[in-house]
Write a protein that binds this ligand. Structure first.
Ligand SMILES: Cc1cc2nc3c(=O)[nH]c(=O)nc-3n(C[C@H](O)[C@H](O)[C@H](O)COP(=O)(O)OP(=O)(O)OC[C@H]3O[C@@H](n4cnc5c(N)ncnc54)[C@H](O)[C@@H]3O)c2cc1C
Length: 376
């Protein structure tokens, strides 16, 4: 998949820097608009959230302090089925999308009450158009018989779902290449040079030119953005993940902490740590994740763990995305978020359409996600 950048290669409409979930989704969306796109990616040594995430297409609770983020998330969730079908029809890869609802399991009554209050206030803010249900222990057990006896209950979000994140990444790469996209893994982009009519993107001694450039390099955006008059105040946030061996099917729905994959393995997670660029694992955090999973589903006590990893979330100071065109260098865009699975359909849809044509989405105010909010 590796290739060298072509010096002077200028018949490209857009160069996307970063071939993770965000860059690929934008690239696919630009291809939908008929554009010729090159992705330049640092390569396999890079830190990638896209290879280490939990695979949730998650709606409930997202945007509790930002109504536009809730709208964006729900829009993406609605567009996910068509996005997935297109990937599967074109590549033959079943990315295992299921969107039949999800559960946020609460261990204590206090936790359940707080969660219910948060979702109820979101419902109020969205004029009653915010579906969720509160399930006490009995109602939860009726839905998920394997639930542990000490679990207080859960909130149920009918719009939640999950997907196999690695198959998703693979399908997106294949779809991009099928449509004559070029994916270049020739080292990190080190310099982005504004030139007449576009940008010259340098990776080591190689370069190419295009009319537009989209910065979608995850944590790498922080150093690239200032080169085109943008700012990406991003920080890593580590999440550790545990995988347990395949077991008989017992969990129909994804939960915020535990999900059963299409293959039958159990994925457990949701730790959040501020440890810089360290993507290792620690016994204490993994033990906490495992203990919570066992309390939720006691049958997991007998199940063997098969692997674990740490991966770095790409976080802005308020946790919401940045979608911004450079005022100093029009044609340069910054796209970054911390829910790149959930938002993939929106990135390939309305966000790519905005980059292509300047057309703002109808469902949410794009200005909400301007990076300027961090400079006031
Ligand atoms: C533990 C964990 C669980 C998560 N769970 C979920 C979930 O359930 N649902 C959800 O929606 N999201 C989840 N996320 C978040 C999601 O994975 C990320 O939002 C998404 O992967 C970010 O994609 P990205 O393309 O922005 O970044 P990355 O995946 O980091 O990709 C960035 C890419 O840019 C490249 N790059 C970097 N610098 C340069 C450079 N200078 N030049 C060229 N290329 C460069 C890298 O090689 C990399 O391929 C989770 C994240 C973590 C860590």
């Amino acid at each position: 998949m590796s290739a060298a950048l072509t010096p002077g290669h200028s018949d490209v409409d857009a160069t996307v820097v970063g071939g993770g979930l965000v860059g690929l989704a934008i690239a696919l969306g630009l291809q939908d608009q008929g554009r010729r796109v090159v992705i330049v990616d640092e390569g396999d040594i890079a830190l990638r959230a896209s290879r280490g995430n939990f695979g949730l297409v998650w709606v409930q609770g997202k945007g509790d302090t930002c109504a536009d983020y809730a709208r964006l998330t729900r829009l993406s969730a609605r567009q996910w089925r068509a996005f997935a079908d297109d990937l599967t029809d074109a590549t033959g890869i079943d990315i295992q999308l299921s969107q039949i609802g999800g559960l946020y399991i609460c261990l204590s009554d206090d936790e359940l009450q707080q969660r219910q209050q948060m979702l109820a206030s979101m419902r109020l803010e969205h004029n009653d158009d915010y579906p969720f249900e509160l399930l006490d222990h009995t109602a939860l057990k009726a839905k998920v018989p394997a639930i542990g006896p000490t679990v207080a209950g859960a909130t149920w979000g009918p719009e939640d779902g999950h997907v196999n994140p690695l198959l998703l990444l693979r399908a997106m790469v294949e779809r991009f290449l099928q449509r004559q996209g070029q994916l270049l893994t020739c080292g990190p982009v080190t310099r982005i040079e504004p030139i007449t009519g576009g940008f010259r993107v340098h990776a080591g001694k190689q370069w190419n030119e295009s009319t537009k450039v989209v910065l979608a390099a995850g944590l790498g955006n922080k150093t690239l953005a200032p080169q085109v008059g943008l700012s990406a105040p991003l920080q890593p946030n580590r999440g550790q993940v545990l995988i347990a061996e395949r077991v008989r099917h017992f969990l129909d729905y994804p939960t915020g902490h535990v999900r059963q994959t299409g293959e039958g393995t159990i994925q457990c997670g949701d730790s959040k740590e501020d440890v810089g660029f360290d993507c290792g694992t620690t016994t204490d955090v993994l033990a906490t994740i495992a203990a919570r999973a066992v309390r939720m589903f006691p049958l997991l006590e007998q199940v063997r763990l098969v692997r674990s990893w740490g991966a770095l979330r790409v976080m802005t100071p308020d946790g919401y995305p940045i979608y911004q065109q450079s005022e100093q260098y029009p044609g340069a865009y910054l796209v970054t978020c911390h829910s790149g699975v959930t938002l993939a359909a929106a990135h390939a849809g309305p966000i790519a359409a905005w980059i292509d044509s300047g057309q703002h989405p109808d469902d949410f105010a794009l200005e909400t996600f301007h990076g300027q909010r961090f400079s006031v």
